[in-house]
Design a protein around this ligand. Structure first.
Ligand SMILES: Cc1cc2nc3c(=O)[nH]c(=O)nc-3n(C[C@H](O)[C@H](O)[C@H](O)COP(=O)(O)O)c2cc1C
Length: 190
């Protein structure tokens, strides 16, 4: 495979597209698009989100000690892109994007109702990375859309239809096709 060196940069994919919901001291809600987000520990269940320290969302998380990571379905690509272009300092993004909020069960930050998967997090740590802060949140509850479950309780990926972000190319894609079973098909070769 002939390759081109890109130098030190942030090109890597796939990344998830998430909407991080947060609330400030006055109870005002903000939604921010974040692709530098993911699960980083099972015990305790922990989510990490890397935020530029200038984001309103960062300020809100400091204020309330909580945030919710909402998975973005492919049907909401344009709305999510908007939430990554504007700040909660100037825009009521949920209202402009037509997104609906509902109370979380454990934390002050709300859930995005239109998202099929919401992860409630309680701020548990912070790591300084230059202009960014790697925010760690202990997962205290997860809400998964009822329609995704079959009778055996197995979840169907198509019901979530997660929006995939290709960092470096600046494109959103949908999930595509299943190609293998995790923790299983690798056994065929060793
Ligand atoms: C696809 C996409 C992914 C983004 N991912 C991040 C991210 O992981 N961390 C970050 O700090 N900003 C990220 N941004 C930029 C913020 O969403 C943007 O600066 C937003 O306006 C901040 O909103 P706030 O000030 O209301 O918090 C992303 C933007 C887009 C469009």
């Amino acid at each position: 495979m002939k390759k081109r060196q890109l130098g030190p940069c942030v090109t890597f994919f796939p990344q998830p597209t998430t909407l991080v919901s947060s609330v400030d001291d006055a109870g005002k809600v903000d939604l921010m698009t974040a692709s530098w987000a993911g699960i980083v520990s099972k015990t305790p269940p922990t989510m990490a989100v890397s935020l530029n320290k200038g984001r309103k969302t960062y300020e809100n998380i400091q204020a309330s000690g909580s945030f919710v990571v909402n998975m973005v379905p492919a049907s909401l690509a344009v709305e999510a892109d908007y939430c990554g272009l504007k700040s909660g300092r100037t825009d009521d993004k949920a209202a402009v994007a037509g997104l609906h909020l509902e109370p979380a069960s454990q934390v002050a930050a709300p859930l995005v109702k239109d998202s099929p998967l919401n992860v409630e997090c309680r701020l548990s740590g912070e790591i300084e990375l230059g202009d960014y802060r790697l925010i760690l949140g202990e997962i205290v509850e997860i809400h998964a859309v009822e329609a995704a479950f079959d009778e055996a309780g197995k979840m169907d990926a198509k019901a979530f239809d997660p929006l995939v972000y290709l960092g470096g190319i600046r494109e959103y894609w949908d999930l595509g096709q299943k190609v293998a079973n995790a923790y299983e098909d690798g056994k065929k070769i060793g």
